[in-house]
Write a new protein. Structure first.
Length: 253
């Protein structure tokens, strides 16, 4: 009987085939990231012409990514006809975001004024909610303030670690309160119902433009460290694709 012929071993792919395969695979994997970088780069290049430097972001999700909208639940209190809220240190009166900020302690309404207390300051507004005055630490008996309320004579009482005090007329001075004084203290509640309206106020008042978002999208910063790493990886892939393409172009069969 004749001897069996030795089987032919499979030939290993040559360098040209190996380069072609890797060029194909890398191109397929990084096609979308490359498209993303190309499109975002073109948008940045023509951002002013497209109005992206002026168009405001109206997406609550994006604004949360940039910490323009606080997390958690706002603190809310009623003061006369006013609804006063604080969310992430930002203070609201009704449907208006105030320039003043702080951790809300409470608020009371006088016949002609609205008085809002934070832990370290007191802000005074007129009956229309317009800013009038501020009382800082130097004008208060002590800080932090832990409570604010009104007695039967519409005098403002403040609760601090140093005790209970009464503000004088025009908020120019203060004195210790009588232990027998009956005070209606302002109380805070969780503003779950007010969360969506307050978020809408922040969205409508946002000065955040799309050019910033596209810049961070192009650099990967919008997705944090993961996004920046992926952009770097895509850049390395472009270099490899370029080198492999040049080798395939000039390498002889």
């Amino acid at each position: 009987m004749g001897k069996d012929r030795p089987r032919k071993k499979g030939r290993r792919p040559g360098p040209r085939k190996w380069h072609r395969q890797w060029h194909r695979y890398l191109g397929a994997v990084f096609a979308l990231p490359l498209l993303w970088l190309t499109v975002s780069g073109l948008l940045l290049q023509h951002g002013e012409r497209l109005g992206l430097t002026e168009k405001k972001v109206s997406s609550a999700w994006l604004l949360k990514r940039y910490n323009q909208i606080p997390v958690g639940v706002p603190s809310v209190t009623d003061a006369g006809r006013f609804l006063v809220a604080e969310w992430g240190g930002q203070i609201f009166v009704d449907d208006r975001l105030l320039e003043e900020s702080g951790v809300l302690t409470g608020a009371v309404a006088l016949p002609a004024e609205l008085v809002v207390a934070t832990e370290n300051e007191i802000f005074v507004y007129d009956s229309q909610g317009l800013y009038l005055d501020r009382l800082g630490e130097e004008s208060l008996p002590a800080v932090p303030l832990t409570g604010i309320g009104l007695d039967s004579d519409n005098r403002i009482h403040l609760e601090t670690a140093a005790g209970q005090h009464v503000l004088g007329e025009g908020f120019l001075d203060f004195e210790e309160a009588s232990p027998e004084a009956v005070v209606a203290w302002s109380s805070l509640r969780e503003g779950n119902k007010e969360l969506d309206p307050l978020q809408q106020i922040l969205v409508e008042g946002s000065e955040f433009t799309w050019s910033r978002v596209i810049t961070d999208l192009h650099s990967g910063s919008l997705l944090g460290k993961t996004g920046r790493f992926f952009v770097d990886l895509t850049g390395v892939a472009v270099i490899v694709l370029t080198v492999l393409g040049i080798r395939l172009l000039f390498r002889r069969k």
